[in-house]
Design a protein around this ligand. Structure first.
Ligand code: XMP
Length: 511
C-alpha cells in the first residue's frame, strides 16, 4: 500500500493513477488524516501532493515532523516538497519568477534513486509561485532549472524525496519513471497488484446496491453516459429506463443520431425515452450571461425534466449519472481541490432531488479508462472514441447569453469544422475539437456590403486525460478551408478565430 496525501492539488487523482499503473495499490487520504492512522496503515510509501497554499502561512495545511520520522519513504510533490522542507528546517519563499508550464530540468545527481534511467536534461511540468530557497539540513539538491535552484532534493539516508515539478502529469516526459522509481525502488513495492476487471466488479456492486429497485439513467449519447447506461443495462436489465433529454444544446442532428443508436431501432435494450425540451431550456436561459449561472440552470432544468419523466414511469429508486473523475475534481468535490467550474451532473445538482440515491459508476475513472471500460462492454468503437461532449452542451460553447439563433450558428459552424477535420483524416488523432461562439460582433465586408456579425472560435486540443491540454496543430490550409466555408455557409458569422490556449491556464470548453 502506498498512501497519497491530498493537499488540494488539481492532479491528486493522477498521482494515484500513475501509482496504479505501476501495479501498486494506492489510496488517497486528506491532509487532515491523523498521523496515528497513517502509522497504523503501515504503508510502504507516502506521497504528498501539490496544493494551492503557501506552506509558510499560519493556517496552511501541514503535518508535524513526525510524519517524516516514521521510517517510511516520503515523496513530496510541489506543495508537498515545499512542506517537507519547511517542516524539516529548510526555507520556502515567494519566487520572483513564477514557473509555469513545460520547463527544462537539469539533474545534478544522476545517481539518485528517483532519477534512475532519467536523462540529465528532461522536460518537466512546473506550476508554482513559491520556491525552496534553502533545503533542510541533511538534504542535498538533486536537480535545478534556470529559474529554480531546487527542482528536486533528497535525503537518501532517510528516504525523503522532494520534487518541485509534477511527475504525475504527462507533460513531464519521464515523470512515470520517477514515480515508478519511487514506489518500486525506494519503497520496495512488488508491483504485482492488478486492478480487478472494472466492469465485472461494477456490475456486482450495482446489483448489490440496486436489488430489485427501479433505475433511471440520464443518457446524453456522449461517451460517459453511454458507457454508464450500457453498464447499468448489463447489471439490472429490465429495471432500467434511459431518458434522453434533448435540451436543444446538442450538436447538429445529434438528437436523431442518439435515438437511432439507443432507441427501439438500435442494438440496445435500454427502455429508451426521448424528451424534446428544447424550448424549455431556451426560455430559462434567456438573458443569462454568467457561466456558472448558465451551468446551474441547465443542470437544474435537466433534473426537473427527469423528475417529471420519472413520475410518468412510476416510482424510481436510483438515478444514474455518467460523472467521471475530472468532473468531480473540477467541481471541487474531489477531495481537497479548489472549485474550477461546477460541472453539470455534479455541482449543478439542485439540493432537492426526487430520487432515493444517485449511482455514478464511472466516478473514479478518467476518460481513457472510461473508453477502455466501454470496449470491454462491447460498445462499438465509433461510439467509444466519439468526441467528448459536455453535459451543458453548446451552452458552454456560446459565450454569454444563449439564444436559439446562436445555437443554430454554432451547430452549423461546428458541423462544417467536424466535416473538414474528418476529410483531413485528423478526426481520430485530435483529442477534442469543436466550434464555439464568442460573444463578439465585429464589422466586416461581404459583397460590397458592411456586415456586423459574430466571430466563431475554433478549438482543437490534444490531451490524454483532459486535465491538461495543448492546442493541436492543424495545417493552415485546413483551417483556411473551414474558415471560408463557415463564413460562406453560416449566416451571421463574418470572422473565424483559432484558439491556441493550452489548459491550464485555459479550460477546454469556453465556459
Ligand atoms: P474543461 O472545459 O473543464 O473540460 O477543461 C474538460 C473536459 O470535460 C468536458 N466538460 C464537461 N463534461 N459536464 C461534462 O460531462 C460538464 O459540465 C463539462 N464541462 C466540461 C469537456 O468537454 C472536456 O472534455
Amino acid at each position: 500500500l502506498v498512501i497519497v496525501i491530498d493537499f488540494g492539488g488539481q492532479y491528486n487523482q493522477l498521482v494515484a493513477r500513475r501509482v496504479r499503473e505501476c501495479n501498486v495499490y494506492c489510496e488517497i487520504y486528506s491532509y487532515k488524516t491523523d498521523l496515528m492512522k497513517i502509522k497504523e496503515m503501515n504503508p510502504k510509501g507516502i506521497i504528498l501532493t501539490g496544493g494551492p497554499n503557501s506552506c509558510y502561512e499560519a493556517d496552511s495545511p501541514t503535518y508535524q515532523k513526525e510524519l517524516f520520522e516514521l521510517g517510511i519513504p516520503v515523496l513530496g510533490l510541489c506543495y508537498g516538497a515545499q512542506l517537507m522542507m519547511h517542516v524539516l528546517g529548510g526555507k520556502v519563499e515567494r519566487a520572483d519568477v513564477r514557473e509555469y508550464g513545460k520547463t527544462e530540468v537539469l539533474i545534478d545527481k544522476t545517481s539518485s534513486k528517483i532519477f534512475t534511467g532519467v536523462s540529465e536534461k528532461t522536460i518537466c511540468w512546473m506550476s508554482h509561485f513559491d520556491y525552496i530557497s534553502e533545503v533542510a539540513p541533511e538534504f542535498e539538491i538533486t536537480a535545478h532549472t534556470a529559474d529554480c535552484p531546487t527542482a528536486a532534493a533528497e535525503c537518501e539516508a532517510r528516504k525523503l524525496y522532494a520534487i518541485q515539478f509534477h511527475p504525475e502529469v504527462l507533460h513531464t516526459e519521464q515523470g512515470k519513471d520517477m514515480l515508478s522509481n519511487f514506489v518500486l525502488n525506494v519503497c520496495g513495492c512488488a508491483g504485482d497488484w492488478r486492478m480487478d476487471s472494472f466492469v465485472e466488479e461494477s456490475i456486482r456492486q450495482i446489483r448489490e446496491k440496486v436489488g430489485s429497485g427501479k433505475v433511471l439513467c440520464a443518457l446524453s449519447g456522449g461517451v460517459d453516459s453511454s458507457v454508464a447506461a450500457v453498464l447499468l443495462s448489463q447489471a439490472v436489465g429490465d429495471q432500467l429506463t434511459c431518458v434522453f433529454v434533448d435540451h436543444g444544446l446538442l450538436r447538429k442532428n445529434e438528437g436523431d443520431e442518439v435515438e437511432a443508436v439507443f432507441g427501439s431501432e438500435g442494438n440496445y435494450d435500454l427502455n429508451f425515452v426521448r424528451v424534446n425540451a428544447q424550448q424549455r431550456f431556451y426560455d430559462k436561459l434567456a438573458g443569462v450571461e454568467d457561466p456558472e449561472a448558465k451551468r446551474k440552470i441547465i443542470g437544474e432544468e435537466f433534473i426537473r425534466v427527469f423528475e417529471e419523466e420519472a413520475k410518468k414511469i412510476g416510482a424510481v429508486d436510483f438515478l444514474v449519472q455518467g460523472t467521471i473523475y475530472p468532473d468531480v475534481v473540477e467541481s471541487g468535490l474531489g477531495g481537497e481541490s479548489a472549485v474550477i467550474k461546477s460541472h453539470h451532473n455534479v455541482g449543478g445538482l439542485p439540493d432537492y432531488v426526487d430520487f432515493k440515491e444517485i449511482i455514478e459508476p464511472l466516478r473514479d475513472l478518467f476518460k481513457d479508462e472510461v473508453r477502455k471500460a466501454g470496449l470491454e462492454l462491447g460498445i462499438p468503437e465509433y461510439l467509444v472514441f466519439r468526441q467528448p461532449f459536455p453535459g451543458p452542451g453548446l451552452g458552454v460553447r456560446i459565450v454569454g447569453e444563449v439564444t436559439a439563433e446562436k445555437v443554430r450558428i454554432v451547430q452549423d459552424a461546428d458541423a462544417i469544422y467536424r466535416e473538414e477535420i474528418a476529410n483531413a483524416k485528423m478526426d481520430r488523432s485530435i483529442g477534442q475539437y469543436f466550434a464555439g461562439l464568442t460573444n463578439m460582433r465585429s464589422v466586416g465586408v461581404m459583397g460590397d456590403e458592411r456586415t456586423y456579425d459574430y466571430a466563431v472560435a475554433l478549438r482543437a486540443v490534444n490531451t490524454v486525460d483532459f486535465m491538461t491540454a495543448e492546442a493541436a496543430e492543424i495545417p493552415f490550409e485546413v483551417l483556411q478551408k473551414v474558415m471560408s466555408r463557415i463564413i460562406n455557409e453560416v449566416k451571421g458569422v463574418n470572422r473565424v478565430f483559432y484558439d491556441l490556449t493550452s489548459k491550464p491556464p485555459g479550460t477546454i470548453e469556453f465556459e
